[in-house]
Design a protein. Structure first.
Lengths: 515, 374
């Protein structure tokens, strides 16, 4: 994506945080501050571990959400835990914000730099420390890639279950920050369910350990809030994950439907039959066309929706479950059913789904990926609503869903070089998120809030709920220096958003019942 | 969740919290009282959560149930069973031994607050893994909703799951949404004779293979394992594991007895507590070797949960658990002066204090139930 840099300016200016007032400081003052922080950090880091010249910091200006960019004050690339602790101690002393960063594949701007803060790149922490096949655990540094864990565990017949589509590149530290899911989480759980222990540092640079290699630990279960906290509570350096036995066999059914509603109902029917598929994914017609053009997997181009429904386990189990799934899908009105005959065909079925994003990238100069979740039985409703929004905003949208979880990934296509298209795209996205909340869902299923969905948080949470979350952050980070301005919007920001977005005569952040 | 304005029972709870805060009083949040023995001593004026009861919504095809805090756990499980679904983590009912489960009194709010899970925990996850959302009444008298009724949700901090095991110290859990799962097609229990070290080795080896191992218990030279899943998978695992089949009419009460602490081991432990011993719960890595501690021992969760009925000094037991990377809870005893839970180390102790303050600034709720001063 080639988003204009101008986008970043108004966004950052409205970002809350302790340095909000300071954001308007003159360029000269920023340079002074930069010199001071570089000098302070040079005491504990070697020269090559500090980047502050603009040409060196440009690679860090955004993450996977490229529409928003910002230059950090500087980038620190520590190589040891002691150096990380030193960076944090120094920044804490100087009241400098710290934004931790892994591979930068995040899709919500969680790693967007802070103009007056340090980007703490943890790329050097890329070692697999231990694979324990008997205990079925892997202890790895935060910068180890998700897929590398499964590759290292494979000789023992084990793997790490959460498999976000970016698993080839994304790091486990980032997965912990985002509570990443993937296509298999209905059956195997999210990152939270697969992490035992996290070692890291508090904002003050003090070593801290959450969880343990036992199944629980004394006191409050802080792992529940650390995972998914988007780098706002602590810095993760080492993660111990659970490994699970690799199923002997997996087979996938590809089912076509001539009607979106029938496909949506088929999803509910599979679950109602007492089946928890290993994966249950849905693509709409525009998405199917895009991926077929890209991977040539033999998708049914005439179908209004395609479901991929996977079973895994022992050969006997899979045979039993596939037969039940086929029966339910046929009864639900599938127009075509194909079961993968071997592993090569199964991977071919999945190739399109896994390549949905790059395939969309070929159809449009830019796209914005949304990530809301809705109750499963509203799948058809949201698809029909999105279809109406395409007309309203004059932009195309292709849809892939983690249907089993009700997690949507509408990909809104636009041209970022056209400011009006970008504006319409943002309104389109906001409309999807607000409609999802109205349907009883949430604004983010797995990509996180970051900077992108701050306004949507005003819709989902009442002021007292947001205030409670801000208070929770301050319990870990009293000075609010860890990734400030992300995840939880300030009151001021929500009031501003409310002025722009009055729907049906009601303020969007009015105290709506949510259960 | 309804709003206080539309719900007199909820309004009463909110008023109660606000007036307690104004009067500088403290509140003891309590449902059926089935877990009164757990944690530190109860303190404060009673706040009975059973005024807020009932299943708010249940949609089997969504695999989600939402219930208010005072809802009976037994009733909720019965409603789920009618639709072929369950809470797969088998939360304990405890309460009066030998009483029918409905009379034991366990509530949904208490289930989440205690955070305890039953025999299947190592295989399927714990109560916190199945919490999807919660509504909380905090120390400011505010009704707050976190999480939701969907499987995936990363909007903001996952406060709803933090409530699991919080023992009511962060606020009154008003309503929770839980993920439920289909009841498995087949269940089979096997009994094998072996010593503790062999049992630990077997359990860990089996857990690394794709077997439908759902629960395990070792006591006094006997290893009992439960297989649960698709019929074909259970049958093939049965051949691989060997041992004797325990008939369902014995197996089912056995696992219920382990879950609710009515089994012979726990009956014996209760008798021993009367004579000065204590029941310890050791949570350790599953691969931890047999621990050199005196007393009667039962293993669960593939070795990750070890019940020890012993008169040994608390420090000795806590050190042994800590040395292998775990912790020990003084689960039931006449004298809990050693502290119910393993002490927190820095900086976690500070984070706990600050978190408590952020939810309950006046220290209203269940003071000292988790840790003295918290």
């Amino acid at each position: 994506m080639n988003a204009p840099q101008a986008v970043a300016a108004p966004l950052s200016a409205s970002a809350p945080g302790p340095l909000n007032a300071a954001l308007s400081i003159e360029v000269g003052e920023r340079a002074q501050r930069q010199t001071a922080v570089v000098a302070a950090l040079a005491e504990s880091l070697p020269p090559h571990a500090l980047l502050w010249h603009r040409e060196d910091t440009i690679p860090y200006e955004c993450d996977g959400l490229t529409a928003y960019r910002e230059q950090p004050l500087l980038v620190a690339l520590p190589e040891t835990e002691a150096q990380v602790a030193a960076v944090l101690r120094t920044c804490h002393r100087l009241n400098v914000p710290v934004v931790a960063r892994g591979a930068g594949t995040g899709l919500s701007g969680g790693a967007l730099p802070h103009r007056l803060g340090v980007t703490l790149s943890l790329a050097k922490f890329n070692k697999i420390l231990k694979i324990d096949p008997l205990a079925r655990t892997a202890t790895v540094q935060c910068g180890v890639r998700n897929l590398a864990i499964s590759e290292a565990a494979a000789p023992h017949g084990l793997y790490y279950a959460p498999d976000p589509s970016s698993q080839i590149a994304c790091t486990i530290g980032g997965n912990v920050a985002e509570n990443s899911g993937g296509v298999h989480c209905l059956k195997y759980g999210l990152t939270l369910h697969n992490v035992l222990k996290v070692r890291g540092c508090t904002v003050e640079g003090v070593a801290v350990e959450f969880g343990s290699e036992a199944l629980d630990c004394a006191g409050l279960d802080l792992m529940t809030i650390l995972v998914g906290s988007e780098g706002m509570l602590a810095v993760t350096l080492e993660v111990t994950v659970k490994l699970v036995p690799k199923p002997q066999l997996a087979r996938c059914i590809m089912a076509s439907f001539d009607d979106i509603r029938k496909a949506g109902n088929a999803v509910a029917n599979v679950i109602a039959a007492g089946i928890i598929p290993a994966g249950l994914e849905m693509m709409d017609k525009p998405m199917t066309a895009a991926v077929e053009d890209f991977v040539h997997a033999g998708y049914d181009l005439g179908a209004e929706a395609i479901l991929l429904c996977e079973s895994d386990g022992t050969p006997e189990e899979v045979a039993e479950e596939i037969a039940r799934m086929e029966a339910v899908l046929a009864e639900s009105g599938a127009t075509r059913l194909e079961v993968s005959a071997d592993e090569a065909q199964r991977l071919k079925f999945w190739s399109g789904r896994k390549n949905a994003f790059p395939a969309t990238g070929r159809m449009s100069p830019d796209y914005m990926c949304m990530d809301s979740t809705i109750p499963r039985h509203r799948l058809a409703d949201i698809l029909i609503a999105i279809s109406a929004m395409e007309k309203k905003y004059g932009l195309r949208c292709a849809n892939v869903f983690h249907a089993g979880d009700g997690n949507l990934h509408p990909l809104i296509m636009f041209d970022a070089n056209d400011p009006d298209q970008l504006h319409r795209c943002e309104l389109f996205g906001a409309d999807i998120l607000e409609t999802s909340v109205e349907m009883g869902g949430t604004v983010s299923g797995e990509h996180g809030v970051g900077i992108e969905k701050l306004s949507a948080m005003c819709v989902q949470f009442a002021p007292a709920e947001r205030e409670q979350m801000l208070a929770l952050k301050r319990a870990f980070d009293p000075k609010e220096l860890l990734n400030p301005g992300k995840v939880i919007p300030s009151l001021a920001r929500c009031a501003e958003y409310g002025k722009m977005h009055v729907r049906r005569g009601l303020l969007p952040f009015a105290d709506i019942p949510r259960f | 969740m309804t709003t206080p304005a539309h719900d007199p029972a909820l309004q009463l709870l909110v008023d109660r919290v606000k007036s307690a805060r104004a009067a500088g009083a403290q509140l003891c949040i309590r449902g059926g009282g089935s877990k009164d023995f757990y944690g530190e001593a109860l303190q404060g004026e009673l706040l009975d959560t059973r005024v807020l009861e009932g299943i708010s919504s249940y949609e089997p095809t969504e695999l989600v149930v939402t219930a208010r805090c005072g809802t009976s756990l037994a009733e909720l499980e019965a409603v789920l069973a009618e639709k072929g679904q369950c809470l797969p983590f088998e939360p304990p009912h405890f309460g009066e031994p030998a009483a029918p489960t409905r009379a034991r009194g366990a509530t949904i709010g208490g289930m989440v607050a205690a955070g305890l899970s039953g025999p299947s925990r190592a295989a399927v996850g714990s109560v916190r893994d199945f919490v999807l959302g919660a509504t909380l009444l905090n120390g400011n008298g505010e009704v707050l909703s976190f999480g939701g009724q969907v499987m995936k949700n990363v909007a903001g901090y996952d406060v709803s799951r933090l409530l699991a095991g919080s023992l009511g110290t962060l606020g009154v859990i008003l309503e929770v949404s839980l993920k439920v799962t289909p009841i498995a097609a087949a269940t089979l229990t096997l009994r094998l004779e072996m010593d503790q070290a062999t049992a630990l080795d077997k359990l860990n080896t089996w857990a690394g293979q794709p077997l439908p191992l759902n629960a395990s218990a070792w006591w006094d030279g006997n290893l009992i394992v439960r297989l649960r899943g698709a019929l074909a998978a259970v049958q093939s695992a049965r051949t691989l594991l060997g041992g004797d089949i325990v008939q369902p009419e014995f197996a089912s009460p056995f696992w219920e007895g382990i879950r609710n602490h009515d089994d012979e081991f726990f009956v014996g432990a209760r008798a021993a507590i009367g004579t000065g011993a204590a029941l310890w719960r050791l949570s350790v890595p599953q691969t931890a070797p047999p621990l050199a501690l005196s007393g009667e021992l039962m293993l669960e969760w593939g070795g990750a949960q070890r019940w020890l009925c012993s008169a040994a000094p608390a420090a000795l037991i806590r050190d042994a658990a800590a040395k292998v990377g775990g912790h020990a809870t003084l689960f039931a005893a006449q004298n809990k002066s050693a502290g119910a839970f393993a002490p927190l180390r820095s900086p976690l102790d500070r984070i706990h204090r600050e978190l408590k303050k952020s939810f309950d600034p006046s220290g209203l709720f269940n003071p000292g139930r988790l840790y003295p001063g918290l």
